[in-house]
Design a protein. Structure first.
Lengths: 547, 547
């Protein structure tokens, strides 16, 4: 049976950025675009070139996608000037992307009151703008803003706007439920009517989650004939978010009737990447991932101990509608760590640590991870700390040095010239090969360091003199630092993630947890140094492993 | 037009408690049950009496509901004993609730493999158990576990189980999609078939959110003839959660066709309680509320500055499908460097600051916001700091006190007993009414404070003695603390958001930015105190405003 092609259009970098508090850096955008490309999404909308400096720069440094069509977003030309002479539109086309998606109004009321132009002028603007894209050899897409409200108010006008876009050569006309208020059944009904009245249109659907049904609304549109779905990773987006591609993708690939009827750019073999991609986005946004997210949430396959947990071992389908591994997630059954051990061996292997099946140390590592996670640690984003933990249990962690004590001070005061200055000073006392080494370092707000706080002062005091290890750590740099308040047992604790790099281009992440932010940072710093010493083959003190 | 009655059945206290990590105390259950009752939910399922001591005690201390039917949950009797002699069932009926909901299997495979009984024995157990409830004058409900999977495998058997429950006198038979894998269209189709084959059945629907469509699945069942919806507040529940009543209720009351077709126990005038009830549950669970939750999320009516924010002021329906106040929520138009003067005036008005159109101070406030956002500040999530900024420009910020200097120290060392201890000590020197006040405070990791780091020490040193302002700040608590490394101009800076509360139940957010995390935290702390002093009407020093 031939399956029809269904296209996925990701707008995490554009509509997702409309979320209050969300601002992506260029590096963030590049990472996300590449992950979407690797996943198999068909279109990656990067932003609105010309609307702000970051978006403009991002398009200049095009992320180099291999499968996905890189797409710029913009608005149809203004009435009263030609498409060629509209500098806002020029800003968009200058980005030179293979595809351009232009939004335009299709709700008569909006056209007349918000734009203040005639219905005909608006329709002409849509047609001319889309045609202009074609002349520049761009694949043109048209986002019909407020389409469902417009259709309910004046179906003929709303449809005529779609037709104008098609006359202009639009490859896709996308029906947007901009305020998120249309329920799935009504979306399905209206899409059916559009299909009937404009046969041959390539329809897309763009929904928002204001009633908690953006995913269902997208599927209702597909059922009625839409063949492109616009959405975002993790449902990121203004207000309640956009249609969640992270939920839609597995449903389309794994569930009837979609799996049988449609071919999607994302392949079954790409699907296990999904959980990682979802977590990466939260990591970039420094958000706690939604534990209960469909398919990819940490709790999506977690079974509370008791009846369910024992039933799940006999027959997983009782409480799991799909196997967790197909989306790259894991089952968590508090009673058993059977599944845990084989995952763990795989992870250790990726770090170059080969451990035999059934080795009792595997169970001890899992127990230690669980105990630490209960205490607030999170190893998902801290592979280097995880490796150190595993090495400790395996007896493969050399003892390099001990820290006897440290002290860090931050002071703000008025200096002799009358300026308010802040100074951080750190003292660290280490013991290497039986020798005490005392180092002091300061960080001042008149200095040019990236981070001029207590953690940087500590990091520099630590790195200042580590005796015979000094040579190994001279190129180590602290490049990112994230802090979250979380719960450790019954208490609130501070979790610090630190990213480090070295002169060989490695980048690694470590974690520390403590009720005290400085102490948590110090743990993560120590882990960062130890991981680097291991990678560079530094020899420990004596032959033994650390306790 | 007569509207048909649609019933809401809440299982937050039973199925919601299946969430890993969730355990309600008796007091929690009483608070939640009463809130559900006040909201107008028809059934409140309190738990499984006999299954654990808390549930048993909770039923003994029945919460005294005025409108809702208090319901106990249990399992149909075991095969091989009579309903009268099943002590598990007796545990349930002893709770003496007006209604009892019993779960039973309807999937032939489950009956034969998991229960290990014949299909007929299982069906008889359902009939007898339900009949037993009726004899005890309880309203009997039957939850058909795995119904949709059972129906797909063996429709005749699954239906015969429903019929057995009805023969026993079940007031409701509830179709459960236990593993959450059935899509809304299929739920609708199967419910239609059940309606056709068992006319006169009172059908309920119980869905899970494993594909992100529990709400849509519930509505599909209603469209097909179900007249009871089972769900939980905030969609609490195992794995991805249950159908979210907090999303369903406003849709049923506010949206066509439901609002016209059905009468629900929750009335329009009860609906503004919804946001508060939702936040109360998170508060009890000590969870951060989902900002993006439909209707009740903090961001559900938040409009990022720019095109949308100005459109919303002209016509709210452009980006709001319902008015926020009908669900007890509010519109937020956050400040940002794209915001215009009209947004700003609106925002100031909400803070009680009336400024005339065209006032030149409006432009100065926007410039200051822009300059600070460029330096790394983010006012989206820090309304209190934004208010202080605006007041400063408007000359409406009293000068309460000055900070001359502070110093904070963190030390980790081995104490006399050989334990590693971490101590934070802070010294703050303030000037109030010309008088220097020096305060010192410490935070130790053996103490019981929530946060035992330098920020807490600083906060406590600041709060220790503020002279005549002391009375105003005694009930101030630091409740959340978020840190992000961001870029300020060309350099990396640390941005700290702090949430504070006071004894009057206020919660407010402030922001600080500095290359030094301690300094950024200190700024946010100072803002938190100043905002509180303003709200409580504290008088500044002299008459002037601070520079």
């Amino acid at each position: 049976m031939t399956r029809e092609r269904l296209f996925l259009f990701d707008t995490t970098l554009r509509d997702g950025q409309q979320t209050s508090g969300v601002t992506f850096s260029i590096e963030d955008k590049i990472r996300i675009a590449r992950a979407l490309d690797a996943l198999g999404v068909d279109y990656v909308e990067g932003g609105w070139p010309g609307a702000n400096p970051t978006d403009s720069d991002f398009f200049q440094r095009a992320p180099g996608l291999s499968r996905a069509t890189f797409t710029a977003f913009g608005m149809t030309k203004r009435v009263g000037r030609s498409a060629e002479n509209d500098e806002v539109l020029a800003g968009v086309t200058n980005a030179a992307t293979p595809a351009v998606c232009l939004v335009g109004k299709t709700h008569d009321y909006q056209v007349e009151t918000a734009l203040g132009v005639t219905l005909e002028e608006n329709r002409d603007a849509i047609r001319d703008s889309v045609r202009h894209l074609g002349r520049l050899s761009r694949e043109p897409l048209f986002d019909a803003e407020h389409f469902f409200d417009g259709y309910k108010a004046n179906p003929d006008y709303a449809l005529s706007c779609l037709e104008a876009a098609m006359e202009g050569g639009a490859r896709w006309v996308v029906l947007c439920d901009t305020n998120g208020g249309t329920l799935p059944a009504e979306i399905g009904e209206i899409v059916s009517q559009v299909v009937k009245r404009i046969p041959g249109a390539n329809l897309g659907i763009h929904t928002h989650d204001d009633t908690g049904m953006a995913v269902a609304g997208s599927l209702a549109a597909v059922d009625a004939g839409a063949r492109q779905i616009q959405g975002t990773l993790n449902g990121l987006g203004e207000r309640c978010g956009n249609a969640n591609l992270t939920s839609l993708i597995p449903t389309l690939l794994l569930k009837k009737p979609y799996a049988d009827a449609y071919e999607v750019g994302v392949k079954r073999e790409d699907l296990p990447k999904l959980t990682r991609v979802s977590r990466m986005l939260d990591d970039i946004l420094n958000r706690t991932p939604n534990r209960h997210a469909p398919y990819v949430g940490e709790a999506a396959f977690t079974h509370k101990a008791g009846l369910h947990a024992s039933a799940i071992l006999k027959d997983p389908s009782t409480y799991e509608h799909v196997p967790p591994e197909v989306v790259g997630n894991e089952r968590v059954v508090p009673m058993s760590n059977q599944a845990g051990q084989s995952n763990l061996r795989q992870r250790l292997l990726e770090m170059g640590l080969q451990v035999e099946k059934g080795d009792p140390r595997l169970g001890r590592i899992l127990e230690e991870v669980k105990a630490r996670e209960d205490a607030g640690y999170a190893y998902d984003g801290a592979q280097a700390s995880f490796e150190l933990l595993a090495r400790r249990e395996l007896g493969l962690l050399p003892r390099f040095f001990d820290v006897e004590r440290y002290r860090v001070m931050v002071e703000k005061r008025i200096n002799a010239r009358g300026d308010a200055i802040t100074v951080s000073e750190a003292v660290v006392v280490c013991v290497v090969d039986g020798e005490r080494i005392m180092s002091v370092s300061e960080s001042r707000d008149l200095a040019t360091d990236d981070d001029r706080g207590p953690v940087n002062a500590l990091s520099r005091a630590l790195a200042k003199d580590l005796g015979r290890y000094q040579g190994f750590i001279e190129d180590l740099r602290l490049v990112d630092f994230k802090v979250r308040i979380t719960s450790g047992g019954t208490e609130a604790v501070t979790r610090v993630h630190i990213d480090s790099t070295d002169g060989q281009g490695r980048r690694w992440s470590t974690v520390g947890v403590s009720p005290n932010i400085v102490d948590a940072s110090f743990q993560a710093l120590l882990d960062a140094i130890q991981w680097k010493l291991i990678r560079d083959g530094a020899k420990g003190q004596g032959a033994g492993a650390a306790a």
